[in-house]
Design a protein around this ligand. Structure first.
Ligand code: GLC
Length: 748
């Protein structure tokens, strides 16, 4: 009897899930049936907040507030379904509640169909546009932890604190694989490797969206971006052309998005650039055939900022805005981030009424948009939170996660003569443009878009200098130089000469997108010259790098006693760096990108054999400043006993890879264990190595642990000349740390 009732219960649950799913469709279909063309096009329109506030675009009246007339023009006349962004800087929770509450009040009470607005924001390292929110290390630093669970936790906190402000859509994570170190947005990515970007992207999306249906009020819709191959631009200048083979597209740029779709990402944002001469916003092959038909993505595709306009003005593939509108909608976008006018809205209505775009094509996008609102639980009603509803907002518990992430991110690159950790009684001279700056620690997308407006810094956080002063009584300070100008050298060098050790915090001005374009990857000349002057004092120099991307330091790095890559570690970064420098925290970060040595040797870790120098002529084959995956610990972890469960991997089977890691030191250590493979020969030129798996372990003082990986044929695959992932039989190496072993892969 019990068994029958159990079976009946399971059937009942399955039936209700089907009914619920159909009900979801029924709600959406019922709305679509009622909607006019204008209302459908309005749902496909996304406006910048400025458009509905008092004042001019980018010149709002402070404190920013809604303009009732403009708001009703947007929602009642144009039926706009989505609004994004802030008016140029962060707001406190209360102001967000007023803004979004006012918008939703009109949307749900005065429009004909009362469909709430979906509000989108860039909350890319915490809820950066919400004052007093928790700010995390930027994505590149998160990747350096090689611990995706930290990205999951960061995303959960970010979702919670973004929902606290009343927003339900986050334009994050960036899943672009960063393959040009010059690019201004390297810091926003999870680095140069597709597997790392995939694993961290999945973790972030799970953290943002949670596991409940509909999404609960502490999670939100994620947005995988920027589809596709935005990080592959040839020149390193933002939004410039990417030239790709099908092999590179599928092997390198596609996997993180494929993984994100399999994880359930609800939305995607399109790459503003072009691939092989076709702007992605106008590329039906990418936006429909690949994204929809091959990858089966059913979520909402939103354009990037002004990217329909850019088809006309920038890419010049559309002679006017109307053709640009046609091209983008025909290619497959669902929502246009216009975002500062109603041209898209008006032109798309014209195109439908002329019959060039069918109403059924509108229905495809409107269905996705309304389904998204349904999945967020905001299709029929939406509540605006009060300040008491999110008690953990900006809490110490949230801050502790940001701190833990920074601790596992900051990467020790050189430590000559055990310069670090610093000794207790040492006289420390702290200097450089990143020494006393919170904005450099956070980077762009902080309380403002570019992150350079220090008035928004939350002074309750410590700069590196303030953190050093808190941990040592023997600290002196002088900036010595700015980002690109020398300052009072005499004073700085006097203090340097009176010290035992110099902590030189060099860095990069926060920037992103076009403002962040550079024409020389070198660290600015003034900073290089200043460090050289410091080196001339003969004192040991600890070089700390606080930067968006790997700026060249070949003129100084080899002479420095120690080098630490801090990336942009967020609000807790100053304290964490100080704790690492004094040895309170044992560093465990590893580079998620290749750190180049020279301007014209910008190579990736997984380069081809023919891309290296020929050693027979006295050159080192591959000579970056620091390799992908490089990172030191104070514990000097030992790798031994690399073993395989068999000398041959047979198709359909798996190989177990084991090795031992020992911690000979007297301090606890964390270690990221990276498993690379090398395909000896293949029908497509093989990379010299390829990351195939990674895991992070903790080792107590003196502890030895066995690390285990399982390897299958698909883990060895590459994309062949037919654009398919294949694994060809033959010899392979496995390389983990300093250990290498070989095995054969056979078909039977
Ligand atoms: C920007 C960025 C994109 C961001 C969007 C909205 O241009 O390219 O990453 O999400 O605009 O701010």
């Amino acid at each position: 009897m019990r068994k029958c009732s159990l079976v009946f219960l399971v059937l009942l649950l399955q039936l209700s899930a089907i009914v619920r799913a159909q009900k979801a469709d029924a709600d959406v279909e019922a709305l679509i049936r009622q909607m006019s063309i204008e209302e459908k096009v309005g749902q496909m329109t996304q406006l910048n907040l400025d458009v509905v506030c008092e004042g001019g675009i980018y010149k709002l009246v402070e404190p920013h507030h809604l303009d009732p007339t403009k708001l009703r023009e947007a929602l009642l006349k144009y039926h706009v379904g989505s609004i994004l962004n802030c008016g140029g800087h962060a707001y406190p929770l209360k102001q967000w509640h007023e803004l979004i509450g006012g918008i939703q009040e009109v949307a749900t009470k005065e429009t004909r169909l009362k469909i709430p607005v979906i509000y989108g924001i860039d909350a890319i390292h915490g809820a950066n546009y919400v004052s007093k929110s928790t700010l995390f290390p930027q994505q590149l630093a998160q990747a350096a932890t090689f611990n995706p669970d930290l990205a999951f936790q960061a995303a959960e906190v970010t979702a919670y604190e973004t929902r606290a402000a009343g927003m339900t859509w986050n334009f994050s994570p960036v899943l672009d694989v960063a393959r040009n170190p010059l690019w201004s947005r390297v810091f926003e990515t999870f680095g140069e490797d597709a597997l790392v970007c995939s694993r961290f992207g999945e973790a972030a999306i799970r953290g943002y969206q949670g596991a409940s249906t509909p999404i609960d009020n502490t999670h939100l819709a994620a947005c995988m971006k920027h589809f596709l191959a935005y990080g592959g631009n040839r020149t390193g200048k933002d939004r410039t052309p990417t030239y790709l083979s099908e092999i590179q597209l599928r092997e390198l740029y596609l996997p993180p998005f494929k993984a994100a779709i399999e994880t359930g990402a609800l939305t995607v944002m399109i790459n503003s650039g072009e691939i092989n001469g076709v702007p992605v916003h106008a590329d039906k092959n990418i936006l429909t055939r690949l994204l929809r038909e091959e990858l089966k993505f059913e979520g909402v595709a939103v354009t990037d900022w002004e990217d329909v306009i850019k088809l006309h003005l920038n890419h010049k593939v559309a002679p006017n805005l109307k053709e640009a509108t046609f091209m983008a909608v025909d290619a497959g976008i669902d929502m246009c981030m216009v975002p500062n006018d109603y041209d898209f809205t008006k032109l798309l209505i014209e195109l439908v009424k002329e019959g060039r775009i069918s109403e059924s094509r509108l229905d495809v996008s409107v269905r996705r948009i309304l389904t998204l609102k349904k999945k967020l639980g905001i299709l029929k009603n939406v509540s605006i939170p009060n300040e008491q509803q999110y008690p953990k907002f900006g809490s110490s518990a949230h801050r502790a996660i940001a701190r833990k992430t920074a601790e596992e991110a900051i990467t020790l690159l050189e430590n000559r003569n055990q310069t670090l950790p610093l000794k207790a009684n040492q006289k420390i001279f702290v200097t450089g443009p990143a020494a006393n700056s919170l904005s450099l620690l956070n980077g762009a997308w902080t309380r403002t878009w570019q992150g350079v407006d220090t008035i928004w810094d939350d002074q309750s956080n410590n700069t590196i200098l303030e953190a050093m002063l808190a941990v040592s009584p023997n600290v002196t300070y002088a900036p010595g130089c700015g980002i690109d100008t020398l300052l009072n050298l005499t004073n700085a060098l006097n203090l340097a000469n009176q010290s035992d050790v110099i902590v030189a915090c060099m860095g990069e001005k926060p920037s992103t997108e076009k403002p962040g374009d550079i024409d020389d990857l070198s660290l600015p000349r003034a900073q290089l010259d200043y460090v050289k002057a410091l080196l001339k004092t003969g004192k040991p120099v600890v070089l700390v790098l606080v930067e968006n991307r790997p700026r060249l330091v070949n003129e100084i790095a080899d002479q420095c006693a120690a080098v630490v890559m801090a990336y942009q570690p967020g609000d807790t970064g100053g304290d964490v760096l100080a704790d690492i420098l004094i040895g309170k925290v044992n560093p465990s970060g590893k580079l998620p990108l290749t750190y180049p040595r020279y301007n014209h040797s910008l190579m990736w870790y997984d380069h081809k054999y023919t891309e290296t120098f020929d050693t027979q002529f006295g050159n080192k084959a591959f000579n970056p400043q620091w390799e992908f995956g490089h990172g030191l610990s104070y514990s000097e972890i030992r790798y031994t006993d690399l073993k395989l469960s068999a000398p041959t991997l047979i198709k359909g089977d798996s190989l177990t890879v084991t090795l031992s890691l020992s911690n000979p030191s007297d301090r606890e250590a964390k270690e990221s264990v990276l498993l690379f493979t090398r395909d000896h020969y293949a029908s497509i030129t093989p990379s010299v190595k390829k990351l195939r798996n990674f895991s992070k372990i903790t080792l107590k003082p003196g502890e030895t642990k066995t690390v285990r990986f399982s390897l299958k044929a698909e883990d060895l695959s590459f994309v062949d000349a037919n654009g398919m992932f294949v694994t060809e039989p033959g010899d392979f190496d496995i390389q983990i740390g300093p250990l290498t072993t070989t095995f054969k892969y056979v078909l039977k």
